[in-house]
Design a protein around this ligand. Structure first.
Ligand SMILES: [Fe+2]
Length: 199
């Protein structure tokens, strides 16, 4: 117990560093109105960063997908943040222009969009040249699965975990909520043309 108490300031110091790291990584967390959901969303990223071989610097360096060739210059964070911005803009327009006929829960949408690829922190490993590759764990459990696992650990509610679970190809087998549909399309409309497009 004494040992634990002695280590307590260090624990909180580390926790604060981690909190600041996540806030710097994701300024969009501020858009979540519900403080409890905002905290749980941030905690999911904290847990993932604690367990990952990837650092914040890696996330600002590695390409956002392994499926668009070696010349891709859009980073993981650039893409993931853009998806949150695009999904939010779409949700706002739908709420504004469809007079309640297709209601979008903006907190659920934004939290889900921030979390869709958090599982990549467990899916990816770095090779000897610092390139991101899919690791052994990631081969068995791609990031939609590991993402749900991390989010549930942080107490993220099921309507948000659903967005993580259904955002990628695996989700084509699932009936998606409105929020999950918007996030899925925001993600894929900015992925597919990078992977392959008519020029
Ligand atoms: Fe993804």
């Amino acid at each position: 117990m004494r040992r634990f108490l002695q280590k307590l300031p260090q624990y909180f110091e580390n926790k604060n560093i981690m909190n600041n790291e996540v806030l710097q990584l994701w300024p969009e967390l501020e858009w979540i109105q519900d403080s409890s959901l905002r905290e749980k969303t941030a905690t999911t990223w904290e847990i993932a960063l604690e367990r990952s071989v990837l650092t914040v610097d890696d996330l600002n360096r590695i390409p956002f997908t392994l499926l668009a060739g070696p010349d891709l210059k859009v980073t993981f964070m650039e893409h993931k943040r853009s998806v949150v911005h695009i999904a939010r803009a779409a949700g706002e327009k739908i709420n504004e222009m469809y007079h309640g006929e297709l209601p979008v829960d903006m907190d659920v949408l934004i939290s889900g969009a921030i979390l869709i690829d958090v599982g990549k922190l467990l899916e990816y490993e770095l090779d000897e040249n610092g390139n991101a590759i899919q690791g052994r764990y990631g081969k068995y459990l791609r990031h939609p699965f590991s993402g749900v696992s991390l989010a549930e650990e942080a107490g993220v509610p099921p309507q948000v975990c659903h967005i993580i679970a259904a955002h990628a190809g695996e989700g084509d087998m699932v009936k998606r909520t409105t929020e999950a549909t918007l996030v899925h399309h925001a993600d894929f409309m900015t992925f597919l043309p990078f992977k392959e497009r008519l020029k």
